[in-house]
Structure formats: structure tokens, C-alpha cells
Design a protein around this ligand. Structure first.
Ligand SMILES: Nc1ncnc2c1ncn2[C@@H]1O[C@H](COP(=O)(O)OP(=O)(O)OP(=O)(O)O)[C@@H](O)[C@H]1O
Ligand SMILES: [Mg+2]
Length: 450
């Protein structure tokens, strides 16, 4: 981690402001900017840019970025996502490709703009600047892709998208480590807002990208096929109880693989257990999986401490007019009061160093994740990761990253839902998950946030 004294070395000696471009870090005594001017257009000076990231063309590129950042992203509701793919044609696939081709650079430009607006000392953090560079590269790659006119063009475009999806898998660990390292440089609320908008936008881009790839694959396989159960990633008939059971099987297997002889609480269902609704199944599985992992981990810790067999977890499902509501009630002792102020934050307070250390292991963990997937495949019936969430969902339970709840909240809110926790210290927790039914609410949640 950087020390404060190193950072202060780069401060302007006239007005103590910080240089605006992250790339000026490598010329620490250069303060060519005019003090007090903060617009994005002024944050870059081509002569300061190292050749690696930002070439002599960067100034021009930044003008292009501003042009994209001035455009509004077009939010897509779950309903639109589901109904667009109901009957596919050549023209619709090409229309979808060009929509993605225009939306991705616009959405990335907004987030690059956000990064440029952070204090210089934060942007020059190694992790944040590597995300910045990746975003800039991806922004340029997609915006330069020519208009898609044929299915062949779309095939090439999908190859580029798949490659970008792979490159971006390391973004979350980098962002979280960067946020933790910079926690003493910026107000934690501002940092959390930055992180939330980065993650929300990331979800929105991945949803568009993965949906387009899925529709393309489905169309190429059978152009006449009319889906009845699933359009791309949207499942029309997600069964509330089945999703919980699948997540239970996976979380149980993962927990068992790390803690062999410790009892794991059983689930008991009540309420509208036969409820079905349309949703992006991978998102739902991620959120429910995180909630169950927390419950199991808290039960294990309690058992290790006081050797009391864990009481069952009560899963209540309610099919309300606008929402499907899940309540998970455990008796695992509740959340430690000192953790509660940091529950929804990525900055993490007293646990930040442990979380940082765990994140350092995430890239190295990928191989282990594959092994875990193979070993738990029988329990879950899933053979392959079905989305970018798969590696997070299957990480080892011993690797606590401190992001289960904050990420679940962002995923739930993305489609107009919410997650809330009520803890009774010394007794247990109730975790509430509200899922918005195929509504358009997510349009408003996403507006200006993607
Ligand atoms: N059901 C629960 N019972 C008791 N404590 C809980 C429960 N759910 C969450 N917590 C507490 O809240 C903390 C934060 O949970 P969160 O899921 O955000 O992160 P984590 O579990 O520490 O790490 P990760 O989910 O990334 O592996 C947990 O470390 C735990 O102390
Ligand atoms: Mg957790």
C-alpha cells in the first residue's frame, strides 16, 4: 500500500491540489495543469502520457470519450430483455448487435469519466489504474467496431465480446483492493458510491453482452425455435423454492468440502413455495447463494464456539402482487454489532486488511474453483459455469471477501428489488430478499447509473 508521504510528494506546491491525470504520476514534479480547473477535458495532456496506455493520440481519444460520455445510456428492463428474444430473426440479431455496439462504449465512457473525476491520488493506485486502462482499451475496441450488417459481421463481433468478457473477470478484485488501499484518501461514502456505480454498470454491460451472445447462439442453432422456458438469461418460470434448493445444495457442498465434520443447518420451507416468476436466474442464484453461505458460515462459527447443534433455517416465501419476497431466518447468533456499520460498504472498516489479503488470492484461485465446480457438479446438476458469476459463487467458504451482502444488494436493486438484514444480537438473523416481478421499475433504478 502507498504511504501518505509518497502521495504528498506529488501534490502541487502552489495550491496543494493533486495533478489531474493518473499518468502524471510518472512525472511527479509536473504540474502543467491550471489550478482549480476540473473539467474532464482538462484532465489529460498528451505530452504527459506514457506510451503504454495513452499514446500521442490520447488527447484526440479523450475528446472522443467526452463525446460518448455526453450521451445517455438506454436502460433495458427485464421485460424488454425477455420479450425481445421471443421470436428471433436475422434483422433482430443484427439490431441487437448494433444496440450493444453503441451502448457498451457509452456506458464505459460514463465510468471512465467517473474514474477521471476521482482524486488523482486514488486514480494512480495500481489497481484502480489497471481497471482504468482496461476500460479505455475496451471502450476503444468496441467503438471502433464497424456497423454490423450481416450475421458474419455479428460472428466477429461476438468473438470480440467474448474476449472482453474474459479480460474483465479480474475487474472486481482490482476494484475492491483499490478501494481498500485508498480508504484513507477519500471519504468512504464517496468511495462506496463510486464502487456501486462501477458494479451496477458492469452488471448492465454484462447482461447486454451475455444476452446478445446467448440470443445469437440460440438463433444460429435453430432460427425457427420459439422459446417457452427461457430467453437467453431470462427464465420465465424461476421456481422460488427450487432456486433456494439448488443454492442450498451448492453452498452445502462447498461448505462440506472445507469443514468436514461440522453440522450444517437444514432448510425448512413455508409460505408460497410453488411460486414461479421471470428473472435472470444466475442473478437470483448468486444472491440466494450469498445469503445461505453467510447463514452456514455463522452456524459453523457458533458450533465451533459453543458446540450447540444449529437450528434449521426457516425459508419463508411470499408471492405478493408486485414482489416475490424471501425471508431467511437463522439462529446462528446474529451479526457482531461492530460489523453492522460496514455491512453494505466495500471499504470494510476494521476487517479491511483481511479482506484485502483474501482478494489477493482470488486470481490464483481460479484453478481451484474449476476443481470445486467439478466436485460439486453432482450435487447441483450444473456442469459448467453459466455466467460470469460462477467463479464468485463457487469460491471457497474459507475465503471471506466481505462483498456477499454489498454485491447482493446491487444485484437485487438492479432489477428493482432489495435486500435487507435484521439481526438480533446473540440469537440470529432475518435476511429479506424482495424480487420485483417482471416489472419496469429497473428502468428507473438503472437510469443515470449505468
Ligand atoms: N446470517 C448471518 N449471521 C451472522 N452473521 C452474518 C450473517 N450474514 C452476514 N453476517 C456477518 O456479516 C459479515 C458480512 O457478510 P458478507 O456476506 O457481506 O461478507 P463475508 O461473508 O464476510 O465475505 P464474503 O461473502 O465475500 O465471502 C460477515 O462476515 C458476518 O460477520
Ligand atoms: Mg458472505
Amino acid at each position: 500500500m502507498r504511504s501518505r508521504s509518497t502521495l504528498l510528494y506529488d501534490q502541487c506546491r502552489t495550491c496543494r491540489c493533486l495533478p489531474l491525470s493518473p499518468y502524471r504520476a510518472r512525472r511527479p514534479r509536473s504540474f502543467a495543469h491550471r489550478h482549480g480547473r476540473t473539467s474532464v477535458g482538462e484532465r489529460f495532456n498528451s505530452s504527459d502520457m506514457p506510451p503504454s496506455t495513452v499514446s500521442s493520440r490520447h488527447f484526440y481519444q479523450n475528446e472522443t470519450l467526452l463525446d460518448y460520455a455526453a450521451r445517455s445510456a438506454k436502460p433495458v428492463s427485464l421485460r424488454q430483455l425477455a420479450f425481445f428474444g421471443l421470436k428471433l430473426t436475422n434483422e433482430k440479431i443484427i439490431q441487437s448487435a448494433n444496440f450493444v455496439r453503441q451502448e457498451l462504449p457509452t456506458r464505459m465512457a460514463h465510468r471512465i469519466h467517473d474514474m477521471q473525476s476521482l482524486p488523482y491520488s486514488v486514480v494512480r493506485n495500481n489497481h484502480i489504474s489497471s481497471v482504468y486502462e482496461l476500460y479505455y482499451h475496451s471502450f476503444n475496441t468496441i467503438r471502433r467496431f464497424p456497423v454490423i450488417k450481416t450475421l458474419e459481421d455479428n460472428g466477429l463481433f461476438c468473438d470480440v465480446l467474448r474476449e472482453l468478457l474474459t479480460h474483465h473477470t479480474a475487474v472486481i478484485p482490482h476494484l475492491v483492493m483499490g478501494v481498500i488501499e485508498c480508504s484513507d484518501l477519500i471519504d468512504s461514502k464517496r468511495m462506496d458510491r463510486f464502487m456501486e456505480s462501477m458494479l451496477r454498470s458492469r452488471i448492465s454491460r454484462r447482461v447486454l453482452t451475455e444476452q446478445h451472445i446467448a440470443l445469437t447462439d440460440a438463433f444460429l442453432k435453430d432460427p425457427t425455435f420459439q422459446p417457452s422456458e427461457q430467453v437467453g438469461q431470462v427464465f420465465f418460470q424461476c421456481s422460488a423454492a427450487d432456486v433456494v434448493r439448488q443454492c442450498d445444495a451448492l453452498a452445502r457442498s462447498l461448505t462440506r468440502s472445507s469443514y468436514e465434520d461440522i453440522p450444517i443447518p437444514e432448510l425448512v420451507f413455508e409460505g408460497d413455495v410453488s411460486t414461479k416468476f421471470a428473472y435472470v436466474a444466475s442473478h437470483l442464484r448468486y444472491i440466494v447463494g450469498e445469503i445461505l453461505r453467510n447463514t452456514f458460515e455463522a452456524s459453523l462459527e457458533r458450533y465451533q464456539a459453543i458446540r450447540i447443534l444449529p437450528a434449521p433455517v426457516l425459508v419463508t416465501i411470499s408471492d405478493a402482487p408486485q414482489h416475490v419476497i424471501f425471508r431467511f431466518s437463522d439462529q446462528a447468533g446474529g451479526i457482531p454489532p461492530e460489523i453492522i456499520p460496514y455491512l453494505w460498504s466495500f471499504v470494510k472498516g476494521p476487517r479491511s486488511m483481511i479482506r484485502h489479503h483474501n482478494f489477493e488470492q482470488v486470481p490464483a484461485l481460479e484453478a481451484i474453483v474449476e476443481e470445486l465446480e467439478a466436485s460439486v457438479g453432482h450435487a447441483t446438476g450444473q456442469k459448467k459455469p453459466i455466467s460470469s458469476l460462477a467463479s464468485l459463487t463457487t469460491r471457497s467458504p474459507t475465503l471471506r471477501l466481505g462483498m456477499g451482502l454489498p454485491m447482493s444488494k446491487i444485484y437485487a436493486e438492479f432489477w428493482g428489488g432489495k435486500v435487507a438484514v435484521k439481526s438480533i444480537d446473540g440469537f440470529g438473523c432475518d435476511v429479506f430478499l424482495h424480487i420485483s416481478k417482471l416489472g419496469n421499475e429497473s428502468r428507473f433504478v438503472q437510469e443515470n447509473n449505468i
